[in-house]
Design a protein around this ligand. Structure first.
Ligand SMILES: *[C@@H]1O[C@H](CO)[C@@H](O)[C@H](O)[C@H]1NC(C)=O
Ligand SMILES: *[C@@H]1O[C@H](CO)[C@@H](O)[C@H](O)[C@H]1NC(C)=O
Ligand SMILES: *[C@@H]1O[C@H](CO)[C@@H](O)[C@H](O)[C@H]1NC(C)=O
Ligand SMILES: *[C@@H]1O[C@H](CO)[C@@H](O)[C@H](O)[C@H]1NC(C)=O
Ligand SMILES: *[C@@H]1O[C@H](CO)[C@@H](O)[C@H](O)[C@H]1NC(C)=O
Length: 185
């Protein structure tokens, strides 16, 4: 009883914080309404798979992400190419762009994440408004289809490596808390 009330409070918090930044995002999007964003073709060995659902709000997931167990970054310079490079550096099977600025990398896609119509992924990337970076709880998904041989000699760092540490901590904190609660049940 207490636990499920707490979990609901957590997801309400998540929705509230997502929505408060959603209004900022759509304000920014309508400022450049003349640009039509499209799903970018893949790069860094990834191919575009389509628009997929986030799973955090699906009943029974305890807030688990569609792409979990990997790494993520977010920032004001998010582009598809930067995200695919970031995930590709560690050979993650999947890379997903969500909510204009989030880049998620994981080796597995949740079986609960359904493919959606392309129109459900309609937010332009903060770092390039001609390409799409998912939507609110929706993901432009990329799959690693040509794995690079482990010639990891290149010290590729650069802009993609600058992670917004505080956002990641918040996301991770909520995720870990939800997982811990899930395990306790
Ligand atoms: C923006 O995205 C388009 C479409 O993916 C791409 O052709 C272009 O090179 C990108 N521009 C920058 C500056 O990243
Ligand atoms: C997508 O996820 C939402 C919760 O965010 C859920 O209500 C909806 O049923 C899901 N759609 C599909 C097609 O699974
Ligand atoms: C992104 O831009 C917003 C508004 O310009 C700013 O408040 C925020 O600190 C920036 N975030 C990062 C991670 O740079
Ligand atoms: C996808 O778009 C449809 C039509 O606008 C909408 O009813 C549905 O809620 C959207 N699904 C998600 C997960 O955003
Ligand atoms: C991604 O690629 C792998 C390997 O080719 C394949 O097994 C998997 O089904 C693909 N995932 C999707 C969502 O199409």
């Amino acid at each position: 009883m207490f636990v499920s009330a707490f979990v609901s409070a957590l997801s309400l918090f998540a929705v509230a914080s997502a929505q408060s930044s959603a209004s900022t995002t759509s304000a920014a999007a309508s400022a450049s309404a003349s640009v039509v964003a499209i799903a970018a073709a893949g790069s860094s060995g990834y191919s575009y798979m389509g628009c997929y659902n986030e799973t955090t709000e699906i009943a029974g997931t305890s807030g688990a992400r569609a792409l979990s167990g990997g790494k993520m970054e977010t920032g004001n310079d998010t582009t598809v190419a930067a995200c695919l490079q970031y995930c590709g550096e560690s050979n993650y099977q999947y890379a997903g762009l969500e909510y204009s600025k989030e880049c998620w990398c994981a080796n597995y896609l949740s079986a609960l994440s359904a493919q959606l119509p392309e129109s459900n992924c309609s937010l332009a990337c903060v770092g390039n408004d001609t390409e799409l970076c998912g939507g609110y709880l929706t993901i432009n998904l990329y799959n690693l289809t040509s794995k690079k041989s482990s010639s990891s000699g290149s010290s590729s760092k650069g802009a993609a490596a600058s992670v917004a540490a505080s956002s990641w901590t918040n996301v991770l904190g909520a995720g870990v808390m939800a997982l811990t609660l899930g395990a306790a049940l």
